[in-house]
Design a protein around this ligand. Structure first.
Ligand code: HEM
Length: 479
């Protein structure tokens, strides 16, 4: 039996090839309602692209816990070894628009939505353990300097280095970006990191600081700068889709670093500064499970494009840390989603929690689009109310985060972190590199820096000098 073509209101369509017109050579008429609907819907097919991480690829999979974390957290999905949790993961580049290349020298986004029984936990990380900044007030300026020049609408390496020359806090991440790791071969052959420090708390109300790591089981594979142009723009996306389609499911070993509150107080590195790593010798990696991707999306737009990840999506037992960048992100993402997708974005299937959703938020654009979470019903819409015994939702005090101490003499004012040491870890990373890696790193830096003026070059060299004299010397020689 053939399927009947209809309008979006369900009416059978008589002809989808020819518009209705006044005579063979005449103009169209106003009863072309099917034509009008078709053109009008087409005009509205796009939503704004993400302001950063616009270009991405998503897939579903499973997180399997192999080591109970009940000593450290009450998070429901981290209690019993063998527990499985469905996930949606979106990989992305950062600076390019939707139709840019998968082979840009750029960090890669590694965003994971865990659909737990107590709500969605989103870990919105990158393929690098650190970030360029440690204060969110700098994020828009930084991104402006990395995206296209406002006049030429082309990449502007001089602007990138102008920003970095003025921000020693970026040196560690800039070193990673310009290194041989800067262009991953695809999304399967790279690590993922939560990057920030997060909070765990257990039944006793004890808090731990933790960092998430996802180590690729496919091995690291990268592309050298001079080879990037040989790869098709969609190469990384095609690689992931094809691997999953053929049953070659990519996997990552999931690891944690854990720090107690007491250790954090006396650790020589600020544990809440996302420009720095916690050296593994001080805080070893603990294997806790496996992340595997095993199902492609059915429709790219409805699932991957409309996926909304938010660092503020926590579950009981997991929270934020005092990391100032993370705090900024707690605001930015939900705000972006309300603008880009709409106030009821959590009703779209890819974002819908796989647990009951009960609250008193009502209405807004497209309310009721999802019969499960849409609240298109007659239930009470205010709290407190007298209908608790008939099933009206009530808060659960037991899931409250334990109080977080602040410094005894803290003052509310603008805090500069400019005087911190941003050089040691960049220098340590440089000294770990082989001769070939050092050559790639310094050639890549010189390539971009050569397009900036003398003053910027000099400020950059002064930073490199403080990290490692050879690092500065090698860049200078290549300039
Ligand atoms: C204050 C700093 C930051 C701000 C204000 C910020 C803001 C944003 C915004 C507005 C989006 C687009 C969201 C959307 O429209 O769906 C985004 C996407 C993203 N950001 Fe950030 N960001 C910051 C720092 C970071 C850091 C430090 C990381 C990683 C460690 C990161 C990783 C990502 C990822 C992976 C995505 C893409 C998520 C997806 O696949 O949909 N961002 N960011």
């Amino acid at each position: 039996m053939k399927t009947q073509l209809t309008t979006s209101s369900g009416t059978p369509v008589a002809d989808d090839n020819n518009s209705i017109s006044a005579g063979e050579r005449g103009a169209l008429t106003f009863n072309n309602v099917h034509l009008f609907e078709k053109l009008a819907h087409f005009n509205r097919e796009r939503i704004p692209e993400r302001v950063v991480h616009a270009r991405g690829t998503g897939a579903y999979g499973t997180f399997t816990l192999e080591e109970s974390l009940s000593d450290h957290t009450i998070a429901d999905f981290l209690q019993e070894s063998g527990q499985q949790t469905e996930v949606f993961v979106r990989f992305s580049t950062v600076g390019g628009g939707q139709d840019s290349s998968d082979y840009a020298r750029d960090p890669r986004g590694f965003a994971i939505k865990f659909y737990t029984k107590e709500g969605n936990f989103d870990l919105v990380g990158n393929n690098t353990p650190v970030f360029f900044l440690n204060d969110p007030i700098k994020f828009p300026d930084f991104i402006h300097s990395q995206k296209k020049n406002p006049k030429t609408n082309t990449a502007d390496p001089a602007a990138m280095f102008e920003f970095w020359a003025n921000h020693p806090q970026s040196l560690h991440q800039m070193t990673i970006l310009m290194s041989d790791r800067g262009i991953p071969l695809n999304y399967r052959h790279m690590h993922g990191f939560g990057s920030h420090t997060f909070s765990f708390w257990n039944k006793q109300g004890e808090r731990f600081w933790i960092k998430w790591h996802f180590k690729t089981q496919q091995g690291i594979k990268t592309v050298r700068s001079e080879q990037a142009h040989e790869h098709p723009a969609d190469g990384a996306q095609a690689d992931l889709v094809n691997a999953i389609e053929s049953g070659d499911f990519p996997k990552w070993t999931v690891q944690l670093q854990i720090m107690t509150e007491a250790e954090a107080q006396k650790y020589h590195i600020n544990p809440f500064d996302v420009t720095k790593v916690w050296p593994h010798k001080d805080f070893p990696l603990k294997d806790i499970g496996t992340l595997a991707l095993n199902r492609n999306v059915e429709n790219y737009f409805t699932e991957t494009e409309q996926a909304t990840f938010a660092p503020s999506n926590f579950v009981p037992g997991i929270g934020a840390s005092p990391d100032k960048m993370l705090q900024g992100r707690l605001f930015a993402y939900q705000d972006a989603h309300r603008y880009r997708v709409g106030v009821n974005h959590n009703q779209i299937p890819v974002n819908q929690p796989k647990c009951p959703v009960n609250h008193y938020q009502r209405d807004g654009a497209m309310a009721g689009a999802c019969p499960v979470t849409g609240h298109a019903n007659s239930s009470v819409n205010f709290y407190p109310n007298d209908q608790i015994n008939e099933g009206a939702p009530v808060p659960t005090p037991a899931v409250a985060e334990p109080p977080m101490p602040i410094e005894a003499d803290a003052h509310i004012q603008a805090y500069s972190q400019d005087k911190d040491d941003y050089f040691s870890q960049a220098g340590e990373l440089f000294r770990l590199m082989s001769a070939d890696q050092k050559a790639q790193l310094t050639t890549n830096i010189a390539g971009g820096l050569s397009q900036a003026n003398q003053s910027i070059q000099q400020r950059m060299l002064t930073q490199l000098e403080q990290a490692d004299a050879d690092y500065a010397q090698m860049v200078k020689a290549r300039l």
